[in-house]
Design a protein. Sequence first.
Lengths: 232, 224, 229
Amino acid sequence: MTGNTDATPQPVLVLDNLIKFFGRFAALRGVSASFAPGRLYVILGDNGAGKSTLLRVVAGLMQPSQGSVTLFGTIKVREVAHRVGYMAHAPLLYDELSGMENLHYFAGLYGSQNDVVCGNAMQRVGLDPDLSRRVGQYSQGMRQRLSLARAVLHDPDLLLLDEPFSNVDIHSARDMAEILGQMRDQGKAIFVVTHQAALMEGVADEFLHMSAGRIVARESLPRISPGVEAAR
Amino acid sequence: MTTFSVTRATLHKDLRMEWRSKDAINSMLFFALLVVVIFSFAFNPTAEQSRQIAGGLVWVAFLFAAVVALNQTWARELRNQVLDAYRVSPAPPNALFLAKAIGNFLFVIVLEALMAPLFVVFYNLRSVGPLWQLIVVALLGTWALVVNGTFFAALSIRTRSREIMLPLVLFPISIPALLGMVDATTSILTGDASPDFWIKMLAVYDVVFTAVCLLLFESVLNAE
Amino acid sequence: MKQLFIAFVVLTVALLAYGTYQALLVAPTEQTMGEVQRIFYYHVPSAWTAGVCFFVNFLASILYLWKRNAKSDALAAASAEVGVMFCTIVLITGPIWARPVWGIWWTWDARLTTTLVLWLIYVSYLVLRRFSTGGQTQVLAAALAIFGFVDVPIVYMTIRWFRTQHPAPVMGGGENSGLAPEMLHAFLWNLLAFTCVGIVLMVLRYRLQMLEERVEAAHAAAALEGGTQ
């Protein structure tokens, strides 16, 4: 079940010659790749390499200038939006509402407004569902935890995280990395853009190196099985 | 997630947020009050003249105040880039538009209800025509302003100089609605003419532009 | 294609020259208004051409939202600019004509007000194009154009009614009523000439826009190839 690449499963995401222009600047210059479920991909690269752009295109927030994205076997990315979760450096939350109120609202966007699900999601990321404090008063670590809860509320099969650990305290970051590992073990495909490669070393399956709008290297890691933990 | 349920949930969320911060309502109220006071210095009408010009003054004040609210309600979605969370979800874009438009509509109606007594006092107004007609005109006219305003606010919030873009694109397009509201209000207040044509015209305007907004909103929301 | 266009330009210049000759020299002087009436030969054709341009803009905008190609957008941009230009001419020649004849520069009747509103709407369109950032420009502008065009007939009817309620100075019974045959002659030639001028300008502006597109595309292609930075 874990880390076994012999039985190649149906790729969850296929990129075909993705090109994206912002005016004259080519943010993506022909990205072609295929990605399998049940793996955690970490995307590394300098600023301007196109990492965030790639994630936004896959998430459906941007249309590529050329090329195509095939997600869960379909090119109509909007149709599978309910299977995708997205998280960014910005928290994507309403400062004026409490944690539960935020989750309740976003759950509604996916068709379910189950209080139990929201409460569980909050607990899973280490937050107290009864906390009535407004999100605007959270610390950055708490905010990103809640953003992660928001992203996984609807149990997506694909998770896209764009620099989720920026300015987050190390404790929260480690907890979140661990949660991501658990989700990967459940068979989800996870993409994390980050500058903090070290944080992800324990859970990553593959490092993708991007430079100047292209994937220049893919580095598979031999995964340490959950039973044997590296020193933390 | 049907359009109806998402619209209701979003509206509920917006109203709750507005209730807590009271940002939009306060700015609108203050602005409208300012306009009223300044106008009353500029024009010092007799009772008879008041009825003639009140229609115009009232709607100009509400229009400027509404623009304040329109920018605010979208600005809320840009903080923390929370609009991305909506766009990534399978929720239909038109639900977002309807929720924002209805929310703005409610804010402006509340503003009108609070300001109306003030106008009556400052300008010594007494309406010749029936009140229910004024209410119908207010409802139709406010929706006309708000539906286009919500659309163009979403459009201009992503441009440079967004504060000037909204009135710049909104006002010319709203001229027929404004004219209708002003003339209908004046007709009712003075009792000089029947507002029937204007009421029908406003209704047609509302239907046409609500349809156009709903047709085009998704393109505008996802333009990136 | 290019030769055809050059031939068309030559034809247009000829038409314009002939039309001017007709308007200024051949057509008889109007009885009551005098020489200033000759502005009519420029005023009305400009209005007509502006209308044609804005209609083209409307169609191009719809086409753009449907197909999302650069050509429709270029046509929309071109037609809006040329339309605003002709509309400006209308708004300037109108008062110039009105002042000596009716003693007033302006009145808020249906036609004038609609023209002004039309001008405002399309100027706001041009400002939007200038001020929006990045790839959104075309989509946002197209949306605004559709709004604007749908609004115009509503504006006209609205003010028409408004004015029947509040009569304003009558701007003379329609220019075409009781037009002497030579005047009609001159008018029609100028109508044709102005329409052709409008088309020439739109084509030129469209080409300019497409050229800009190609420069951008070339830059983009270069950006795709080159550089590791």
